[in-house]
Design a protein around this ligand. Sequence first.
Ligand SMILES: [Zn+2]
Length: 397
Amino acid sequence: MNSFILRLLVGSLILISSSFASTPKKLITIGRDLKEAAFPQGKSNYKHGIFEDDELSLIEVSESDFERISHLAHEKFNRCGGFMVHENENMAWKEIDNKKNRLSAQKSVMVDYGINQQATVKNLIKEVQETNIREVILKLSSFKNRYYKSESGSKSSIWLSEYWKSLVAHRSDITVNRWKHSSWPQDTIIVEIKGKTEDKIVIGGHADSIAGWWGRERARAPGADDNASGIATMTEILRVLVNSNYQPQNTIVFAAYAAEEVGLLGSKEVAKSFKDDGQNVLGVLQLDMTNFNGSDLDIVLMSDYTNEAQNNFIGGLIDTYLPGLSWGYDKCGYACSDHASWNSQGYPASMPFEAKKGDSNRHIHSDRDTLSRSGDNANHAKKFAKMGVAFVLELDN
Ligand SMILES: [Zn+2]
């Protein structure tokens, strides 16, 4: 069938079905493997298939299905995320049609990945302190939850924004902003260290947390590992760079995204806006779960939906600056975290992870995701903070 007519038909079907629906319907793109687990063939509730190839499905689901899908993503595939929510049909098809872009953002070599800042990097990574990371994890996990729709979710992000402001208060070249989202109350927090150029290097992680199936606004979701650890790691990278009075060539962006756990909503909006503004992004580093040392490897780079050359570069940074550490690769599937939002917009992204997927923290998305699961310390996350400092300094020069 002609794809225009197909889309027209699909559009009218969605319109008709949504007018009868009791809960709001949403279009999502989801990895085939996760879709098949969530809607096994023959099960009556899978009736919304719109498009499918070997990689992705585009389906329409009730908002009430999100809980079950994200629970499965976590339980069965050890993924934090696993699907992308789209505001409208156009944007959903765009993600499907975007395959070439995604692949090119994985294969292209977009910058010179030379490693030649030995003196600066060695000096600065010595400044990384475990106690700072630990304290931020404890603070963030002390909120009842950081759910994107809850009051404590909003408050936790406002706390982070104030904390980041306090770290950069002595620098007039640094801004901290609360990025407002129109559809939910939790803000994404953005720090910018102005460089000599407008080109950007982005260090990101999600600030929200989630637990339970129903009543998530009230559920206890400490999210110490998922993802207070990533936010605390970013915070330490920021602190070290700022305290050293480092003046970057390019603009360094730190982004604590809202609403990752419900379909990468926050990062999707941010990455799309960078693209729409024509921003040149040299590299994106996603920190999502850095503090559970579950494998024999210290740092595991996700090889899918990430940039191959930038991943090799990170491996080189670990070999050069953290010679005692071991690293390797694993895969985490479609839309497993916010790097996927950047990859979809054609930007080179990487996601260094705490362990192989099968060895990662089993307690995430529950009230058991506390720092005690990581021995009440941030020793593992400290390695990621050092790697992150090296990443910024070497990519910037
Ligand atoms: Zn996460």
